[in-house]
Design a protein. Structure first.
Length: 148
C-alpha cells in the first residue's frame, strides 16, 4: 500500500505560541501534511468523532497532544481515544512541557506512543518538530486514516 499523499496531523494545544511554532516547522516539511488545530481536550474528541462543528474533519494519521489542556486534560483525551476501537490505532505523541515522572509514567500507562518534552529554545523546538516529521511521517508505516 503506498504512503498517503498528504498526512493529516491533529495538534491539540492551547498555547498560541506553540501552535504557531509547530505550524512554521511543519510548513517547511519534506512530507506534504495538513495540520488541524484544536485548543482543548473536548474539542479534540469532538474533532476525532466528527461531531459539530467538526463534521467534515479529516481523520488524522497522527495526534500531537499537550497534557495541560482546558476542559479535558491530555490524559483524559488519551484515555478516551485508546479505549475507542475506532481511534485506538492513531499514534498519539505527547508533546508537553512537563518533565514530571508521574506524567511520563501515566502517559505510557494510557498507551501514548511517545512522550516528548517541549524544548524552551526556539531552534530546539523546531528540531523536535522536524524529528517528529522525519520519524513519524517518513520512517514509520502508519495505518491509513479512516473516517469516524
Amino acid at each position: 500500500m503506498p504512503a498517503p499523499k498528504e498526512f493529516e496531523i491533529l495538534l491539540v494545544e492551547d498555547n498560541p505560541a506553540d501552535v504557531r511554532l509547530t505550524q512554521e516547522a511543519l510548513r517547511d516539511a519534506k512530507v506534504h501534511n495538513h495540520l488541524s488545530v484544536v485548543g482543548d481536550g473536548e474539542q479534540a474528541l469532538a474533532f476525532l468523532r466528527r461531531q459539530p462543528p467538526f463534521t467534515d474533519a479529516p481523520c488524522p494519521h497522527l495526534v500531537l497532544l499537550d497534557l495541560n489542556l482546558p476542559r479535558l486534560d491530555g490524559p483524559g483525551v488519551l484515555r478516551a481515544l485508546k479505549s475507542d476501537p475506532q481511534h485506538r490505532h492513531i499514534p498519539i505523541l505527547i508533546l508537553t512541557s512537563s518533565e514530571a515522572e508521574a506524567d511520563i509514567r501515566q502517559a505510557y500507562d494510557l498507551q501514548a506512543n511517545c512522550y516528548i518534552i517541549k524544548p524552551v529554545d526556539l531552534d530546539d523546538f523546531i528540531k523536535v518538530v522536524h524529528f517528529i516529521e522525519s520519524f513519524w511521517l517518513e520512517t514509520v508505516r502508519l495505518p491509513r486514516a479512516r473516517l469516524a
